[in-house]
Design a protein around this ligand. Structure first.
Ligand SMILES: Cc1ncc(COP(=O)(O)O)c(C=O)c1O
Length: 478
């Protein structure tokens, strides 16, 4: 039959069948609810910040005019907003947004609103930037482990490829010059033109900020190779502990880059989805000193604009300095407490996390719980954790981690009580796993004990076929 759909519509490079997204689907089928479904799956695979909603809600109740399409004097601005569609964005909003971005960086850097392009979230900002920098035959180098959505955002529609910069636990997943050079050479071997390095700082999934040494290394590399550097700083407002956060824009301000042409090749991606906890509002931005990138991206932003009432609402909210100052501080304080709870919960179950200071998640080391040092074993453990322990977490393989046994676990999208229950589930699971291991060591041939986690009502048979398909696929690839 004549194909009626485009190749783009039918190709599967979108990444939707990654275990990262599939875990969400399983959660949707059986979501945990304290009252109505206490046996359901707890969602710990979603990097959502729900810890400071009350601050936003109390601001809203103190400023009812803003959400009611009314201006500062109570006059209706409904028509004005309904008609506004300039793709340059509302000047008042761009001004408030750059002020907020500087505030998060403790005003060590400032941003110029004319270099900011508004987009429907960081998803759109990353793709738009890629459309400006790369196309089929080009490669973007990204340190592993990385945010699984990048396969969709950077590759799917642009045709560009991602080449991993392989980082390992031996140095806390830090970028090294050897790993950078290797990735660059790998791109060449594949006949790809390395166009840019993209880093996420703070990192998703590691929850760590980049050191000055790493940032300097990156700058030296992009200067030497004459390529672009994209810094996705979507988590910049979540840094709750030392060391102090350093944005790539601060590095660029160093005297040695005064008037340097590399200024045109460094770009920042941002969004209010994490720091302000507003992913549903779809507010993102890309910031660039390159006037051609800004001009092209502004034209492209027509495909994913931020609605005018959202821009208006946020322009007033973010201009309220008293609110933003308090929100940033209080939100960090709450994240820090949550992070501590998660770390100590895992620690009492004998599980360590990578030392971290930011983000909405921890990078959890469960290598000692694997049956073997393989990605098949990682998927086997993941299935148990999703179906039997009833926690949806993200396996490291979905973040392209090189080593099996690491998992990303989110802590800011649930109540403290739910987090507490999740930690109890994990502790019980590890205790039973340890007993099983012990029993099977004593009697290799006949295991008499059948702990509940291994004889769950959800039998292996009932686990959807895709999990096996995926497990097999992932195992083979790595
Ligand atoms: C590193 C990173 N970049 C981009 C995004 C997409 O964010 P948005 O909701 O603003 O599109 C996410 C979301 O999790 C992310 O973690």
């Amino acid at each position: 039959m004549r194909p009626l759909l485009s190749k783009k519509a039918t190709c599967n490079s979108h990444g939707q069948d990654s275990s990262y997204f599939l875990g969400w689907q399983e959660y949707e089928k059986n979501p945990y609810d304290e009252i109505n479904n206490p046996g359901g799956i707890i969602q710990m695979g979603l990097a959502e910040n729900q810890l400071s909603f009350d601050l936003l809600e109390s601001w809203l109740s103190e400023n009812p005019n803003v959400a009611g399409f009314k201006g500062s004097n109570g006059e209706s601005i409904f028509r004005e907003l309904a008609l506004f569609q300039d793709y340059h964005g509302l000047p008042a909003f761009k001004k408030a947004m750059v002020k907020f971005m500087a505030e998060i960086r403790e005003n060590r850097v400032s941003f110029d609103p004319s270099k900011l392009v508004l987009t429907a979230g960081a998803t759109s900002a990353n793709e738009t930037l890629m459309f400006c920098l790369a196309e089929k035959g080009d490669a973007i180098l990204i340190p592993t482990p990385y945010y699984p959505g990048f396969d969709r955002d950077l590759k799917w529609r642009t045709g560009a490829e991602i080449i991993p910069i392989q980082c390992t636990s031996s140095n806390g997943f830090k970028i090294t010059s050897i790993a950078l050079e290797k990735a660059y050479q790998n791109a060449l071997k594949l006949n790809l033109n390395a166009k840019a390095i993209l880093v996420t700082n703070p990192s998703n999934p590691l929850g760590t900020t980049m050191t000055r040494k790493e940032l300097d290394l990156l700058m030296d590399f992009v200067v030497d190779k004459e390529i672009h550097l994209v810094s996705d700083e979507i988590y910049s407002g979540t840094v709750f502990g030392p060391p102090t956060y350093i944005s790539i824009m601060e590095v660029l301000n160093a005297p040695k880059y005064d008037g340097h042409e590399v200024w045109d090749r460094v770009h920042v991606v941002y969004s209010l989805s994490k720091d302000l906890g507003l992913p549903g509002f779809r507010v993102g931005a890309l910031y660039s000193n390159n006037e051609y990138v800004v001009a092209a991206a502004t034209k492209m932003s027509s495909f994913g604009l931020v609605s005018s009432q959202t821009q208006y609402f946020l322009s007033v909210l973010l201009s309220d300095e008293k609110f933003t100052r308090n929100y940033i501080e209080e939100n960090k304080r709450r994240l820090k407490l949550r992070h501590r709870l998660l770390i100590s919960g895992f620690r009492s179950a004998g599980i360590n996390c990578l030392e971290s200071n930011s983000g909405l998640f921890c990078w959890v080391d469960m290598r000692h719980l694997l049956r073997s040092n393989t990605f098949e074993a990682e998927m086997e453990l993941w299935r148990k954790i999703v179906y039997q322990v009833k926690l949806n977490i993200s396996p490291g393989s979905s973040c392209h981690c090189l080593e099996p046994g690491w998992f990303r676990v989110c802590f800011a999208n649930m109540s403290e009580a739910t987090l507490d229950i999740a930690m109890k589930h994990i502790a019980a699971f590890v205790a039973e796993l340890t007993v099983t291991k012990h029993d099977s060591t004593i009697n290799q041939k006949s295991c008499h004990r059948h702990p509940s986690f291994f004889t769950s009502p959800v039998s292996t048979k009932s686990i959807a076929k895709w999990v096996f398909r995926l497990s097999f696929h992932d195992g083979r690839e790595r």
